[in-house]
Ligand binder design. Structure first.
Ligand SMILES: [Zn+2]
Length: 246
């Protein structure tokens, strides 16, 4: 891997400094732990793109295959009286923490039933532990970059997904970007699939301090793992390099 490719793959340049992306760091935790788990980046990108268009009230024709997911997204917005104060700034919002040396993109900053917080959108079949670290890092970086009255008080995960259900054995089938995954039910059943139904999970995460400390620890491990590259990245803020690199 060349240094340029490394920098492009794992981070951003902000004001002349290169900083790793939050998700590059947290993927260290997810990868070994959830080896073999099913996720589709293509699907996730489609849903994120459509949601961004909806929230910004921009014209966009959503692809048919993600409609059940978008429908539950709309239901969630109504049910929780979700308000985006400033769609331009509060959606796909880039955040940085120069002091701790990392960067990231927040899906949305929203007022949910009157409380301002960070909402991270997930399109997989479960909420994972790594999401706690990711959102703690976002919350911390976001709050460093805004005035006190705009600060986010909390963080939530909004998981929106869709599946078909077998009318006979209740197995679930997920079809994402052409990839099929069947779970539960009876493997001998000659499945009769329903139309795709959307499902929502909306969770407020507790313990942001403890999660943020764990994120910094993960970052230290990440830096150790990539030490050979990081030593060659001239504009990596050395002051934030954790112990292993100094
Ligand atoms: Zn069946």
């Amino acid at each position: 891997m060349s240094i340029d490719y490394f920098k492009h793959r794992y981070g951003y340049e902000v004001e002349g400094m290169w900083m790793p992306r939050v998700t590059a760091i947290t993927s260290l935790i997810s990868r070994p732990f959830f080896a073999g788990s099913y996720r589709s980046a293509e699907w996730g990108n489609k849903v994120h793109y459509a949601v961004e268009k909806i929230l910004k009230e921009e014209m966009h024709e959503a692809e048919k295959e993600i409609e059940p997911t978008l429908r539950v997204f709309e239901q969630w917005r109504k049910e929780y009286t979700v308000r985006i104060i400033s769609p331009k700034e509060d959606i796909e919002c880039k955040v940085y923490d120069f002091e701790n040396g990392y960067a990231g993109t927040v899906d949305m900053v929203a007022e949910v039933q009157g409380t301002r917080g960070i909402v991270d959108l997930k399109t997989g079949n479960a909420i994972r532990d790594e999401h706690s670290l990711q959102t703690a890092a976002y919350l911390n970086a976001y709050n460093k970059g805004v005035q006190k009255k705009l600060q986010a008080k909390t963080r939530w995960i909004l998981r929106i997904d869709q599946y078909e259900e077998c009318k006979g054995c209740l197995a679930k089938r997920s079809m994402k970007s052409g990839k099929e995954r069947i779970s539960g039910g009876n493997e001998w059943c000659n499945h009769q699939w329903s139309y795709a139904k959307g499902e929502t999970e909306f969770v407020e995460l507790e313990g942001k301090e403890e999660d943020f400390q764990a994120f910094l620890a993960a970052k230290e491990v990440w830096e150790w793992y990539h030490r050979a590259f990081l030593r060659k990245v001239a504009n990596y803020p050395k002051n934030v390099m954790q112990k292993v690199l100094i």
